[in-house]
Design a protein around this ligand. Structure first.
Ligand SMILES: [Zn+2]
Length: 188
């Protein structure tokens, strides 16, 4: 996909990787309420209030989603979306999952597992997103690589040297500090 195809007049969005940024721990059972990190709801609602579409990603190699049936994945996604309802409306635009098993040594075996950016491109295509104005929130060094590939910016979650923050509200604030309310765009 060319650079020209990726940028334009589309909407800004924030992609949040479920397992490395949104949940405290990978859920063991599809029918249980997923356990969110502290401030997850407030952080995502703050981003939505500033005009960002929210797209949840399940893009980790070795995700339990690869072991679950399609029905279990759908049930889990419903549970997750239920946590981001406000006034009967979902604050989340979409949930995209990688259904593939990882390759050798947990390496990505498909284009949707980070650091590959297949799910980001897919979300942009589906929802007319402008990747130049999008952000990826995920854990691990591969976050920056995936964001660079897609042409968006990143917040790396974690407590290590390479991480930006371990708190989702701080992640949202980092994004909103770059937000230009007049143009509805991120500033340079
Ligand atoms: Zn995949």
């Amino acid at each position: 996909m060319s650079k020209q195809d990726r940028s334009g007049t589309g909407r800004p969005a924030v992609f949040i990787d479920e397992e490395s940024a949104l949940l405290i721990a990978p859920p063991e059972f599809a029918d249980r309420t997923p356990r969110l990190r502290p401030h997850a709801q407030a952080a995502l609602f703050a981003l939505a209030a500033h005009g960002y579409s929210l797209v949840l990603l399940s893009s980790q190699a070795g995700s339990r989603l690869a072991r679950w049936s399609a029905g279990e994945v759908a049930l889990h996604q419903q549970q997750l979306l239920g946590l981001f309802q406000e006034d009967g409306e979902s604050g989340v635009t979409d949930v995209l999952s990688c259904p593939h098993l990882p390759g050798l040594a947990g390496k990505p075996a498909c284009d949707c597992q980070l650091p590959r950016a297949g799910l980001l491109f897919e979300a942009a295509r589906r929802h007319d997103l402008d990747l130049d104005r999008c952000w990826l929130i995920a854990g691990g060094k591969r976050t920056r690589r995936a964001a660079r590939t897609a042409g968006c910016r990143s917040v790396v979650m974690g407590s290590g040297r390479h991480a930006d923050t371990n708190d989702l509200m701080q992640a949202a604030k980092k994004i909103l500090r770059k937000h230009d309310p007049v143009q509805g765009m991120v500033s340079a």
